[in-house]
Design a protein around this ligand. Structure first.
Ligand code: KG4
Ligand code: ZN
Length: 343
């Protein structure tokens, strides 16, 4: 069994993990920078890079120590090099390249979205291993990405649909920021929406064109912003909660609508939901009810691995090593995915 040490620094979370090739997570630690960025209502790239530089090596050292490992126990290294904030990605990439050169261990550079796609395969001492068979339909809903992809094997991903404007998480974060709920906003909206009676505010159902399977959240965002202004929601806690609950419902309904359309057009063995927004309690409930009704094999990524983490990068990395695609020292970071990442 091969063991990989992985680093994820694509945005504002510094994360290190040690993962076995069967997806078993031996160590995974995420240091989030929420308290720093919340002062500004969003991620400040330069602060994110500096904090990665501060935290990364100490977590790498801690990872080995905590599970009584030495570098001898690690066969491979993996690091996210795309898509993300380039300054943040560079901290992880240069650190991993240096360790690779010093210890003569091969490293692989991983696409962050591929990490999310495979995160549902992760398991650990507390979380049981899930059965997932190819081909599966992957729904990725995160702060920066909203995709439906056909996954025919590890490393084989075809984009079926995506957002034509904002990502789902980005939309939730923007509304939470306007309502002064803190950062990142998706989890706050989820929290305050619990136990609210739904249906007090109306949001439009966004249909782009007949049968369109792409996502679009900017119309919902504009509706919410207008409603917040009109009702002065910030000044009233109850109004804020009911507005959040109905807005969240509209976002999750759109996600479920696209998922249902694509799933009814083509048969998949499994449907797998991942990314930070897949931690949302309403989305999880809606997806579970839908799958039970339609007799669909649904796998929800364990809550612990929905938001950014290095364990998913380790798993994606180890699967890439099986195909031998080790990265050269001249490999770089990119703000976007590469054309060859998805078909
Ligand atoms: O996957 P992730 O950590 O980062 C990206 O790759 O973008 O996702 C972060 C996003 C943020 O927009 C955050 O607000 C959202 O995930 N999020 C949630 C919840 N927890 C995190 N959105 C809705 N409900 C949640 N419980
Ligand atoms: Zn992510």
């Amino acid at each position: 069994m091969k063991i990989i040490l992985a680093v994820e620094t694509s945005c504002d979370d510094t994360s290190v993990a040690i993962v076995k090739s069967n997806g078993f997570v031996l160590f995974n630690k995420v240091i989030n920078q929420d308290s720093i960025h919340k002062l500004y209502g969003g991620v400040v790239p330069e602060l994110a890079s500096r904090n990665h530089a501060y935290h990364l090596l100490p977590i790498i050292q801690q990872s080995l120590k905590q599970i009584n490992f030495t570098w001898e126990d690690i066969q491979y290294l993996a690091v996210t090099n795309r898509p993300g904030l380039v300054g943040s990605l560079l901290v992880g990439l240069v650190t991993v390249k240096t360790i690779s050169a010093l210890l003569n261990k091969p490293f692989v550079a991983v696409n962050h979205i591929e990490g999310h796609i495979l995160s549902a395969f992760l398991w650990d001492k507390k979380i049981k291993q899930k059965k997932i068979e190819f081909p599966f339909l992957s729904l990725i809903v995160s702060g920066g990405h909203t995709y439906l992809l056909e996954v025919t094997n590890f490393g084989e991903y075809k984009i079926i649909s995506k957002t034509i404007d904002d990502a789902a998480g980005e939309t939730l974060d923007k509304i939470a920021r306007t309502l002064e709920l803190g950062y990142p906003g998706g989890a706050q909206i989820d929290k305050i929406s619990k136990s609210v009676t739904l249906g007090q505010h109306k949001f439009p159902k966004i249909k782009i064109k007949k049968n369109n399977i792409n996502f679009s959240f900017s119309g919902l965002k504009t509706s919410a912003l207008q409603l917040i202004q009109k009702t002065q929601a910030c000044t009233n806690k109850q109004l804020t909660a009911s507005l959040c609950a109905d807005f969240q419902e509209a976002v999750m309904d759109q996600i479920m609508d696209r998922l249902n359309t694509v799933a009814s057009q083509k048969k998949f063995k499994y449907i797998v939901i991942s990314g930070g927004v897949s931690a949302n309690s309403r989305l999880r409930k809606k997806a579970q009810d839908w799958a039970a009704l339609k007799n669909i094999n649904l796998v929800l990524t364990p809550l612990e691995y929905c938001t950014d983490n290095a364990a998913m990068i380790g798993l994606a990395g180890i699967k890439l090593f099986n195909k031998p695609q080790t990265s050269d020292y001249n490999i770089n970071c990119y703000p976007y995915s590469l054309p060859e990442d998805f078909t």
